[in-house]
Design a binder for this molecule. Structure first.
Ligand SMILES: [Zn+2]
Length: 515
């Protein structure tokens, strides 16, 4: 354990002076209530309401799943099922993860998110939604989940469902089929459409297809979130411009903003300027980012398009072996070499590509071609620059996501939100606590269209955290990625206690539907 400042001192410096309790007329509020019974009372906390405004002392009263009152409560005048002592603690909205992965019905569940303070996550990202979406949503409804789940319709899955697969020139009839499937799925309550244009089959989508779908999304008042076509330094501007074209028809959101191989704060500012200029032209564009310098995805990202489906890999190996070896060697070396590729799936999990090459006593490109292949692994790739990514993280227009999941061998699935508080607020003070929380709550809720979450205010859903920022710790590492974050002692989801004394007591999350 590292030495920690005392609680009072830490809170004082983080919350910049404890304001007195907000004065509201509790008596007048109570007089208008049909009865004086409530479910939960959070007493004496420092409320950080998620909007960015300064912390203030207040009690929070909850009835059913909704915040009923924020201010000074006289506990003698109400009957509550449960009172939580929040003295000396911050009370904030639960964090909203705008880009997550994984299956809440899987073996590990979604405790990884809850333990780092996330109470809502979005799934269906990067162009892929769960098969049989409607029945999947119903199964999650029945089983319950640690956190709330909001969904995107995946463009790649939609393409498959419409029979397009790898076609790069969809016909009008095919477009209409996709449009119809998209409308049906949006009407299930999904937040919008996700694209993954660096992946198959999204890679094959031409601009007119994406624009056609953007009109459908816009007509439903929803948004597009996109893993853009190419995140490399020399391609990122063009990739963002492709997304901005769709922004004429609906709000667009850049998933996990990054510049692969890019360096320095000034480079980040060029990208932020590009987005700001689009906003000034009236395009509604936003972005999220995760706080790590390694990405994580399938190893196919290293292979050329001509070695991936619909092309036969065996045939490519048989006829273009030297060309493929050369491509792989150059691509990996450009991405900081084989020591910067950390394999994350069996049977090579935990080894770098360089270690594996040494073990097998052959060049790394031969290991990739012969022993792994384009579908044979996922890996972490140390391809980002800390200063560049940090500039994105502190920008007021950028929100925080994990891009992680419970089974992913990358610390982002277990640590992202804890890391923001620990590294950016407490340790380096690059963000105030209020601003960090805004970037993980109200900004995310407003962007995603979750209007009734992400704020502590009367009428909002009671997804709430009680914690001492100085006690929040990321414990996950690349070597040991499945370690829960600590410090979120009490977590409420939909007005019910989900975590008490740092332990899961009940699953209160549900599928969120936006109409
Ligand atoms: Zn992605």
């Amino acid at each position: 354990m590292r030495p920690l400042p005392t609680l009072a001192l830490a809170l004082f410096s983080l919350v910049t002076g404890c304001a007195p309790k907000a004065t509201r007329d509790f008596g007048r509020f109570l007089a208008k209530q049909p009865q004086n019974t409530f479910d939960v009372l959070l007493l004496d906390g420092q409320v950080i309401d998620g909007t960015g405004q300064k912390a203030f002392a207040a009690d929070v009263l909850i009835r059913h799943d909704t915040i009923a009152f924020v201010g000074e409560v006289d506990p003698r005048l109400v009957q509550v099922q449960k009172t939580i002592d929040a003295r000396g603690k911050v009370v904030s909205p639960g964090f909203i993860d705008t880009h997550a992965h994984g299956d809440p019905l899987g073996e590990r569940g979604f405790l990884n998110f809850l333990a780092q303070g996330a109470t809502t996550v979005t799934l269906g990202n990067d162009g892929a939604h769960p098969q049989n979406l409607q029945s999947w949503m119903q199964r999650v409804d029945q089983a319950g989940s640690e956190v709330n789940i909001a969904l995107f319709v995946g463009h790649g899955t939609l393409r498959q469902e419409a029979g397009l697969n790898y076609d790069s020139l969809p016909t009008q009839a095919q477009l209409e089929k996709m449009g119809q499937l998209l409308r049906e799925k949006l009407d299930l309550g999904c937040l919008g459409l996700s694209t993954g244009l660096e992946y198959l089959p999204g890679f094959y989508a031409p601009p007119y297809e994406l624009e056609y779908l953007a009109k459908e999304v816009g007509a439903k008042g929803k948004l597009i979130t996109s893993h853009v076509r190419n995140e490399d330094d020399q391609a990122i501007e063009a990739s963002l411009n492709e997304l901005l074209l769709q922004g004429k028809h609906c709000p667009v959101h850049v998933s996990h903003l990054k510049v692969v191989f890019g360096k320095g704060k000034a480079r980040a500012e060029q990208i932020l300027d590009q987005l700001e200029q689009a906003r000034q032209r009236g395009i509604r564009v936003t972005a999220d980012v995760y706080p790590y310098t390694a990405s994580f995805t399938g190893i196919s990202i290293l292979f050329p398009e001509w070695a991936l489906p619909p092309h036969s890999y065996e045939q490519v190996v048989a006829t273009r072996r030297q060309e493929l070896l050369e491509y792989l060697r150059n691509r990996v070396n450009k991405r900081n070499g084989p020591q910067a590729t950390l394999l994350g799936t069996a049977p090579f999990a935990g080894k770098t590509l360089a270690q594996l090459a040494q073990e097998k006593q052959k060049p790394f490109e031969e290991v990739l071609l012969e022993d792994i292949g384009p579908g044979g692994a996922s890996a972490a790739y140390f391809v980002m620059d800390e200063a560049l990514q940090a500039r994105f993280i502190v920008d007021p227009t950028v929100m925080i996501c994990s891009d992680g999941g419970p089974d992913m061998r990358h610390p982002r699935g277990y640590g992202s939100f804890a890391r923001i508080l620990e590294a950016y607020v407490v340790r380096t003070k690059q963000l105030s606590l209020e601003e960090a929380i805004r970037k993980m709550t109200s900004l995310s809720a407003r962007t995603m269209g979750l209007a009734d979450r992400g704020e502590i205010a009367v009428g909002k859903k009671a997804d709430l955290l009680v914690f001492d920022p100085a006690q929040v710790h990321e414990t996950t590492t690349y070597e040991n990625p499945f370690q829960l974050a600590t410090g979120f002692e009490t977590v409420l989801v939909n007005g019910k206690v989900s975590v008490e004394n740092g332990r899961l007591v009940q699953k209160n999350g549900k599928v969120l539907r936006k109409f």
